[in-house]
Design a protein. Structure first.
Length: 350
């Protein structure tokens, strides 16, 4: 497809190192093989070497060009454990607890990214999102001036009239169960920044609700309306050129004919390319429904707001999905400091 093809072409010009903590997972092995064969960079698999090699043989996959690291045998284990203990000292983490944590591939992989031994991380095929987020928040942490993390799913449709040339950005689909008004505005702005950074278009951001501009809505839903005004202020403050509108129903946000009947003057209604959901339940349900019912290609969750690039893929992901997410994470890493000014940058020559 056009979108992911362009992402792959860009990454081929700037290859990156992506670490996959679930090294013996067949779908991850297949994605890592393709990542190398497409010249996207250096895939790094974590896990027991014997188990990884056995899984590769069963799939008849070559491991040429793929690095394998067993955290238990790594020369960096003790250094990583000391670093984690320093980071978690205010929370009372003991030396043995830090070492035990680093034996967990998700912690080890996150620390590799934090220490610039890898450019990004992709995990989640066999664990819940909380098991992915905890190591990332404890090691990589949030980017400077960022207070809310979020999970973005990028959807690519065959119908080019949807979103921006068939591409839609959806958030939050992974992190904040019930965002408040401030968090909702943060999610809207960070998703718009990511869309602009990745695809280059002007984001048209629809903050969704079950009614369009309804003054009789209950107070709890008023956060969406308030978040629109706050998102506009935050976008101006960071120099982001984007349009925001809400509350909008999903059809009002996406269908020009319906938008024309309800909101003739809106710059977003009928042509939204970024959809922001009022809570995590709505975002996750919508993303999965679109993927299966509309036969859209879904890439996510790209984790927004962290100091270094990372993604939490769905346990239902295919090898193709994982490859696409890895490519997106790699492209983010090319100029991550532009997306998050002040974000940790690798030392010269890395």
């Amino acid at each position: 497809m056009q979108f992911i093809g362009r992402v792959i072409e860009k990454l081929q010009r700037h290859p990156k190192r992506i670490v996959f903590p679930e090294g013996a997972e067949p779908r991850v092995l297949q994605a890592a093989r393709q990542f190398h064969c497409l010249s996207l960079g250096a895939p790094i698999l974590l896990g027991n070497r014997v188990k990884v090699e056995k899984a590769a043989r069963s799939l008849k996959l070559s491991l040429d060009g793929i690095r394998i690291i067993n955290p238990e045998e790594s020369e960096d284990l003790e250094k990583f454990a000391r670093t984690l203990r320093l980071l978690r000292r205010p929370h009372g983490m003991k030396a043995m607890e830090a070492r035990d944590a680093m034996l967990n591939p998700n912690y080890f992989g996150a620390m590799m990214v934090a220490m610039h031994q890898a450019d990004g991380l992709v995990t989640g095929t066999n664990v819940a999102t909380t098991a992915v987020l905890r190591p990332l928040i404890q090691t990589i942490r949030l980017a400077p001036n960022i207070s809310t993390a979020a999970g973005c799913t990028v959807m690519e449709f065959e119908n080019a009239s949807i979103g921006e040339d068939g591409v839609l950005f959806l958030a939050d689909c992974a992190v904040v169960p019930e965002p408040g008004m401030e968090q909702l505005a943060d999610i809207a702005v960070s998703t718009a920044r990511f869309a602009r950074h990745l695809w280059g278009f002007r984001p048209r951001v629809a903050l969704l609700s079950y009614a369009t501009k309804d003054s009789a809505m209950p107070p709890a839903m008023g956060k969406v309306r308030a978040a629109v005004a706050l998102a506009e202020k935050k976008a101006r403050r960071c120099g982001l050129e984007a349009d925001f509108d809400g509350e909008l129903q999903a059809d009002t946000a996406l269908v020009p004919e319906i938008a024309a009947r309800k909101l003739r003057q809106s710059k977003v209604a009928g042509c939204a390319n970024v959809l922001i959901f009022p809570n995590l339940a709505c975002g996750d349900i919508a993303a999965k429904a679109l993927r299966h019912l509309a036969r859209a290609q879904a890439y996510g969750h790209i984790l927004l707001g962290l100091d270094r690039p990372a993604a939490d893929v769905s346990r239902g992901s295919t090898a193709r999905d994982i490859l696409g997410v890895a490519a997106l994470v790699g492209v983010q890493a090319i100029a991550y400091h532009q997306l998050y000014p002040g974000a940790s940058q690798p030392p010269p020559g890395v």
